[in-house]
Design a protein around this ligand. Sequence first.
Ligand code: GS8
Length: 214
Amino acid sequence: MAPMKLYGATLSWNVTRCVAVLEEAGAEYEIVPLDFSTGEHKSPEHLARNPFGQVPALQDGDLYLWESRAICKYVCRKNKPELLKEGDLKESALVDVWLEVEANQYTSALTPILFQCLIRPMLGGATDQKVVEENLEKLKKVLEVYEARLTKSKYLAGDYISVADLSHVSVTLCLAATPYASVFDAYPHVKAWWTDLMARPSAQKVAALMKPPS
Ligand code: GS8
């Protein structure tokens, strides 16, 4: 069967969220970058893949999917179901909880910081420091919860790596590219968890893809 196609540029942390899971799952895939500057993501071809005209989109044969976390779960079900712990009611529920936490607590605090520190300057705008400070405070509160959790288990859902951990890789790599990379220093268990995650070949692959070519 033809490899799956992941549409979107690797500048997008929603695209590279999927790459972390595709790599960890050992899936066969290729990345098809889209050019935002020419509006390729709003073309009829791409709207047929993702009706919201966003990236990522995944094509597997005649199946088209969008929403990065739904794509990640599909890839796990297809190539490495252990990452979802679906055979176990309790463990799979905890994977779901921490995937929601990643989306609705961690990444929702982190995204405005990334937007202000990385995207706005790239578009020629200035960083709004007030937005950054407000969201840093939110992020620190989230990290307190992570620290407490990670004193009890090696990974977020339990003592097993899951899609919930992997879903943090791309946005956290972006955080590392801001002046706030040291925010983890106050949370030793979070720091150890991140160091462990970054040692995985899947995370290394994402890091290499996100580095702008020199
Ligand atoms: C968000 C996708 C998204 O915002 C997901 O896949 O998780 N909840 C979705 N994609 C942005 C790229 S930034 O990573 C995008 O495509 N923006 C262009 C647009 O909205 O026009």
